[in-house]
Ligand binder design. Structure first.
Ligand code: TA6
Length: 274
């Protein structure tokens, strides 16, 4: 079933089928919860202090960062991670299939300060035993366009002090050390604030923490971003409960180096969670 429920100031789409339960905020086109029914383990983390006011970006779930990732390249006054995560999206269609419910959403507009380009943007969610997320950017203009983006997913984990991320190798750029290029630690565990752009495009990653094991597949990306704010940074974030960092890890399927889309072409950034 699919039902629309107003909660606080935003409308929530609740998907409840034989395979999973999911909650999607129409504000931001933002998946907040995904629980497969075969193990009833919540795969996504949502801050207890998340602001659901229809104004601020929601802390947790799967923020849609588009048409840029992080700070705007030239206009520092613009919001980080672009402007569609703070827009109202609408459901274009919602179809129940035997193995999954397929929901397509679009933002109210793809135009905004800081981005030139005529585009259509769609978020397509396939909600079943796994959650497949596709962010499709279509160039409907007459000029090539370039954008950056991320499916900025907050994964639910048992304890960041007992957590291992597997599947990454090669180098990363450390945002906490002036983008210094550093080789990926193996085993990949966590003991401090972490903010890294991995310049590799693995198809499959796994997060193991306590009895939660989450698999992540990525396509259409040029990098993987790994982030945990840790204790001090969390204290400076109004929408982050103090100890919340212990139960989350951001592993983001991202385009941080830039993706060109020619007129009439489209590009899909995809993350699959199970
Ligand atoms: O993905 C990592 C990052 O760019 C961090 O630098 C941190 O800013 C995080 O995103 C959260 O950004 P936000 O604007 O949602 O607070």
């Amino acid at each position: 079933t699919a039902s629309l429920l107003p909660q606080d100031d935003i409308e929530m789409l609740i998907i409840d089928n034989d395979h999973a339960h999911a909650t999607i905020s129409l504000f931001g086109g933002h998946v907040l919860s995904f629980i497969p029914k075969h193990d009833n383990v919540q795969r996504l983390w949502l801050s207890k202090e998340a602001m659901l006011d229809g104004l601020h970006p929601i802390r947790g779930g799967v923020p849609i960062c588009w048409p840029w990732f992080g700070a705007h390249a030239s206009e520092s006054g613009l919001a980080s991670h672009g402007y569609v995560r703070t827009q109202n999206w609408h459901v274009v269609d919602c179809a129940d299939e035997p193995e999954q419910t397929v929901v397509r959403l679009k933002p109210s507009t793809t135009q905004g300060e800081g981005f030139e380009g005529e585009t259509q943007l769609s978020l397509v969610l396939f909600i079943g035993r796994e959650l497949r997320i596709q962010l499709v950017t279509e160039n409907t203009g007459s000029e090539p366009l370039s954008y950056t983006s991320a499916l900025h997913t907050y994964f639910n984990i048992d304890d960041i002090n007992h957590c291992e991320l597997t599947g990454l190798d090669g180098d990363y750029l450390d945002k906490l050390q002036d983008y210094q290029r550093i080789s990926t630690p193996i085993p990949y565990t966590f003991n401090e604030e972490t903010d890294r752009v991995h310049l590799v495009t693995p198809e499959s990653l796994t997060i193991v923490s306590g009895n939660i094991k989450t698999h992540i597949q990525s396509n259409g990306h040029d990098s993987i971003v790994v982030w945990n704010p840790w204790a001090d940074k969390s204290k400076s974030m109004q929408d982050m409960e103090d100890q919340g960092y212990k139960n989350m890890l951001c592993v983001e399927t991202a385009v941080t180096q830039g993706q060109q889309v020619l007129p009439g072409q489209s590009h899909t950034l995809e993350q699959v969670i199970r």
